[in-house]
Design a protein around this ligand. Sequence first.
Ligand code: NAI
Ligand code: 3PY
Length: 325
Amino acid sequence: MKPKVIVYKKVDQQVLDYIQETCDVVYFEGLDSQNYPEFLQELKNAQGILGSGLIVDKTLLDQAPQLKIVCNSSVGYDNLDVSELSNRGIMATNTPEVLNETVADTIMGLMLSTARRMPELDQMVKSGQWTSNIGEKSFGLDVHHKVLGIIGMGGIGSAVSKRARFGFGMNILYHNRSRNEDAEQKYGAAYCSLEDLLKQSDFVCLMTPLTPQTEKMMGEKEFKLMKESAIFINCSRGKTVDEEALIDALKTGEIHAAGLDVFVQEPIQEDNPLLSMKNVVTLPHIGSATYETRLKMAMLAATNLVAGLQGETPPTLIKAGVKVK
Ligand SMILES: NC(=O)C1=CN([C@@H]2O[C@H](COP(=O)(O)OP(=O)(O)OC[C@H]3O[C@@H](n4cnc5c(N)ncnc54)[C@H](O)[C@@H]3O)[C@@H](O)[C@H]2O)C=CC1
Ligand SMILES: O=C(O)C(=O)CO
């Protein structure tokens, strides 16, 4: 008998076909309050689940006695209680590397659109406010040849460095848990303390995973250290930032602008002050959201699922505890 698995996220038909060769698939195109009871019912005898964002903790696992593998279709796995999974002998996998270049494109887009005020100027043109003497009203800040500080120089940070260094002639500073010699050699990235990075950078890009150590790692003190002309970019997780402190820093002019793909609450609440700030560019958590990359991520997640259930080591198995780089 084929093992039963649940796919709880919309995936391409070819991904479903591949899983169905060896598994019985229960398919939810997404989970919401309506179908969640049905999902829990199916979970009782499921051996694998594939999707992204679902909180997989003790409470959920208590309702999944047959579970052998949990496959995230995302590189971030802060939704998984990895030690609880490991205590129960359940494998967990994520999708590193395949999205690096796409997320790096998004980050460059956020840097450019924030520094050059593209969404705001787009609105100005479309609402008929393009006058012949528009002048300084349309000015922004240069991106090229500025200093870019990357906090979290992993796969995505390195792909951003490549673009920034060779495409834009930027100088790269970085702060990481440990030295990344590859990024130093290839992109001339210079390792420094968080404090020095914040003081010296024109763009600060946060790209760490969300862990107990990185939660609110950008707070009041950190924003105060940044230049008044600096732009803050966050494409990691909303909770790596103290959002109240970010709002204050933007309001008081402690920092110049922010480009954000992620928020403490997603979807963002309508009354969040960030939504009414002209110097903030917001995106709906679409860092990796291209057809090509989302397909690669789902296919890698499916490969992990099938391998794990066939007794092989999944290609991108998360080691118990936090991955050390
Ligand atoms: N907005 C979006 O759509 C996306 C968001 N992400 C987020 O970006 C994160 C990073 O992704 P990757 O670059 O692929 O991961 P990665 O694991 O390759 O790189 C993360 C880097 O952060 C460093 N780091 C961890 N804790 C740190 C700390 N306390 N201080 C300084 N550095 C620390 C690690 O040493 C590592 O070099 C993911 O975990 C995910 O949360 C990833 C993809 C898309
Ligand atoms: O991969 C991740 O961690 C995301 O946030 C979505 O690509």
